[in-house]
Design a protein around this ligand. Structure first.
Ligand SMILES: Cc1cc2nc3c(=O)[nH]c(=O)nc-3n(C[C@H](O)[C@H](O)[C@H](O)COP(=O)(O)OP(=O)(O)OC[C@H]3O[C@@H](n4cnc5c(N)ncnc54)[C@H](O)[C@@H]3O)c2cc1C
Length: 233
């Protein structure tokens, strides 16, 4: 299988760095192919503007989705974005590796999504959710937190982690058609003992080995909604 890991951490020796390096080693050992986009190492520019494109539909007014649809028609995406799109097309499994920052993705990774998940190329014209472009592929979040699990339950002070991750799992991955696997979460990565971090690496290995046997998160199907996209009674 082909794994594409989008890695977003500014420190190579962080625990996020260790998780990505270990994932590559484990997956290679069992014969899978792995591509990593290490966004900080690549100095990926997360800011979306005209530089996303090499040709323009409208010269005097910038509408990103208009330009994305035009760029899809005329092969007009900037080379750095086109390269990331080709990795998405190539992979069977997409993994985002990141530290939870302000209950969400680090800006460099959110900016990567804003640029790479472009209208026309990754969604649009009725291609979304279970009709999505990436139907048949899997996606998974692998993240670390500062806070412990107990802060992220339904009765925890931060609220349920699955609710916090819903905008990414459902609003990004599932929106473009991926089957979304449950997240792999290292709780309190900086505060735990080294032995616990070693154990987390082994747990991550098991999750990676079980990718094909892990049931995806169940979301309602488009056919469960009426013409106004409201759940049918
Ligand atoms: C802007 C910002 C916003 C944040 N928002 C939130 C938030 O909303 N919610 C929240 O819970 N937290 C939040 N945090 C905290 C953040 O999520 C954690 O600091 C981060 O997840 C810890 O992971 P890390 O990889 O950066 O850990 P690091 O501190 O880099 O690593 C932890 C330890 O692991 C060690 N290590 C490295 N490699 C290995 C290895 N191979 N084996 C064993 N140990 C190893 C490192 O030496 C280090 O001691 C935020 C932090 C920032 C900066």
């Amino acid at each position: 299988m082909k794994f594409f890991i989008v890695h977003a951490h500014p420190e190579a020796n962080s625990f996020n760095g260790a998780l990505t390096r270990y994932a590559k080693e484990v997956l290679h050992t069992i014969g899978h192919e792995v591509i990593i986009s290490d966004l900080y190492a690549m100095q990926f520019n997360p800011v979306s503007d005209r530089r996303n494109f090499i040709s323009y539909k409208q010269q005097n007014y910038y509408n990103q989705q208009t330009e994305e649809m035009y760029a899809t028609e005329v092969d007009g995406f900037a080379p750095d974005i086109k390269a990331e799109m080709e990795k998405l097309d190539w992979c069977d499994v997409l993994i985002f590796q990141f530290p939870l920052w302000w209950f969400g993705l680090p800006a460099i990774l959110k900016g990567w999504v804003d640029k790479v998940f472009a209208m026309g190329r990754t969604y649009g014209g009725g291609r979304f959710y279970d009709n999505g472009v990436f139907k048949g592929k899997k996606a998974m979040l692998s993240l670390t937190t500062g806070g412990p699990l107990t802060m992220y339950t339904e009765i925890g002070v931060n609220g349920d982690i699955h609710t916090i991750l819903y905008p990414i799992n459902h609003g990004i991955f599932h929106f473009v058609g991926f089957d979304v696997l449950p997240p792999f979460i290292v709780w309190s990565a900086s505060r735990i003992k080294d032995e616990r971090r070693q154990a987390y690496l082994e747990e991550y290995k098991q999750r990676l080995l079980m990718v094909n046997a892990t049931p995806a998160i169940v979301y309602p199907s488009l056919k469960d909604f009426d013409q106004d996209f409201q759940l049918k009674q």
